[in-house]
Design a protein around this ligand. Structure first.
Ligand SMILES: [Zn+2]
Length: 451
């Protein structure tokens, strides 16, 4: 079945066509390791993981590369503020970032490339741009001359009226105007630990050149797919295209996918706004990282998602129910093809995970299917969801502090009642009561409380 993806470049849904049959080369912008990531950052990485899993579910081999920005304005600033050597600072935050990936069941990218270990490729690329006359030396660094770049700003729809003649040396700059930007920044102080020799002068790379150099070194001049958060469309991805295409004369990426923001009280979650939460903040609210992941799956990756504790807690309750039901279904079934086909139809439709999640609940309620087959089908879906459904609940607490095994018994009783197996339902009620809980039937479902 075709995979359809929204390509930011064309602003349309397109059918994915790889350069090599059965393989996808995918580059995702990784973290800047100067601080603890917030949950809005992790949303983008969950999206990248879902894209990879959907390709793999379709039988593709995915050559997935993620970079680690371990030298840029932010990391250098922080290392100076703290008085910590750059490498010590960045390896601390890289470890923290990777532990977050593990907690969120994000598959490790096949290649994790650190900027500081690939300076040679950046120097080569900058030399090439200088030789082609698309870059020039100024007193504080080497700059990209964007007036030499045909079609500059197409990805971000920057019109020529917004192209300024000024230069800018900061890695991040305002969204209104395009400027000549720094490819390389010359050494400014003695004793800095972020200095590398280069034929055009000692210094360090700008942020944008890092991704162009590392992605092409690992995956070749044209990537199948480049991803990132929407805030990277301009200037970062726009500048990656300018650098790479000017150097190679080939298209840099055939597809661009960008994830929506996470907001909190309708405002973008950001370090600069100080309105962010970390994974550990969720854990102190007794919310599992996997419940957070489930919550993300219930929204489309391009839509903004507004964080509230209530929303994530209710996602956690749903996930506990799902794990509990699956936990008591018999093993040994086989995946139901009709449901698999519908699932594939949803995830291949520009990653429509909300519909795929809804289908899971629809299947659980389908009385015409054997439980063992339902279980096998949902565990098959979990290759994309990544919710560790086979392992059963692993939460610090169930809703209202009802232990998960009690919820599981109650779910089994619901199922028995639905199939009118009254004997089994009564036996399960007795078991729940013998463990110190009371179950009461409600017009829709039931409630549980300590007896
Ligand atoms: Zn990047």
């Amino acid at each position: 079945m075709d995979i359809k993806l929204y390509n930011t470049f064309s602003r349309t849904i397109e059918t994915f066509k790889p350069q090599k049959a059965g393989r996808v080369s995918m580059y995702q912008c990784g973290p800047t390791v100067y601080d603890t990531p917030h949950i809005g950052n992790y949303r983008t990485f969950v999206m990248d993981d879902l894209i990879r899993r959907v390709f793999e579910y379709n039988g593709y081999e995915v050559d997935q590369v993620m970079n680690v920005t371990d030298v840029d304005d932010k990391t250098i600033r922080r290392s100076r503020e703290e008085g910590t050597p750059l490498h010590e600072l960045t390896s601390r935050y890289e470890k923290l970032f990777v532990s977050g990936l593990e907690a969120l069941e994000i598959l490790p990218p096949k290649h994790l490339l650190r900027a500081t270990e690939n300076i040679g490729a950046m120097v080569e690329l900058i030399s090439d741009l200088l030789a082609k006359g698309a870059a020039y030396k100024a007193d504080d660094g080497v700059y990209m001359d964007i007036s030499k770049v045909a079609g500059y700003g197409q990805l971000a729809h920057i019109d020529s009226g917004r192209i300024s003649k000024e230069r800018i040396s900061n890695d991040e700059y305002d969204k209104e105007n395009a400027h000549d930007f720094a490819l390389w920044k010359f050494k400014t102080d003695e004793g800095s630990d972020a200095v590398w020799e280069a034929p055009f002068g000692a210094g360090r790379p700008g942020w944008h050149i890092e991704c162009s150099a590392m992605s092409m070194k690992a995956l070749g001049p044209t990537l199948d797919l480049h991803t990132g958060g929407m805030d990277l469309i301009f200037p970062h991805h726009t500048n990656e295209i300018a650098q790479s295409e000017t150097a190679t004369g080939k298209p840099f990426a055939n597809y661009w996918m960008h994830g929506g923001f996470m907001t909190i009280k309708e405002e973008k979650m950001a370090k600069s706004k100080n309105n962010f939460l970390k994974l550990e903040d969720l854990e102190s609210e007794r919310i599992s990282p996997l419940a957070f992941r489930y919550w993300l799956l219930t929204a489309h990756y391009r839509s903004p998602i507004d964080f509230t504790l209530e929303a994530v807690k209710s996602a956690q309750n749903a996930l506990i129910r799902l794990m509990s039901v699956i936990g008591i279904q018999p093993e040994g079934g086989k995946a139901i093809q009709a449901y698999k086909d519908r699932f594939l139809g949803f995830v291949n439709d520009d990653l429509n995970t909300p519909k795929a999640v809804a289908l899971t609940w629809e299947l659980l309620k389908d009385g015409s299917q054997p439980d063992a087959d339902k279980r096998a089908t949902i565990l098959d879906f979990d290759r994309v969801f990544g919710l560790r459904l086979a392992s059963g609940p692993r939460f610090h607490a169930s809703p209202a502090d009802i232990p998960a095994e009690i919820t599981a018994l109650a779910e089994a009783r619901e199922e028995a009642r639905r199939t009118k197996d009254w004997k089994k339902a009564d036996a399960l009620r007795s078991e729940i009561e013998s463990r110190g809980f009371r179950i009461s039937d409600k017009p829709k479902g039931y409630s549980l409380e300590p007896a």
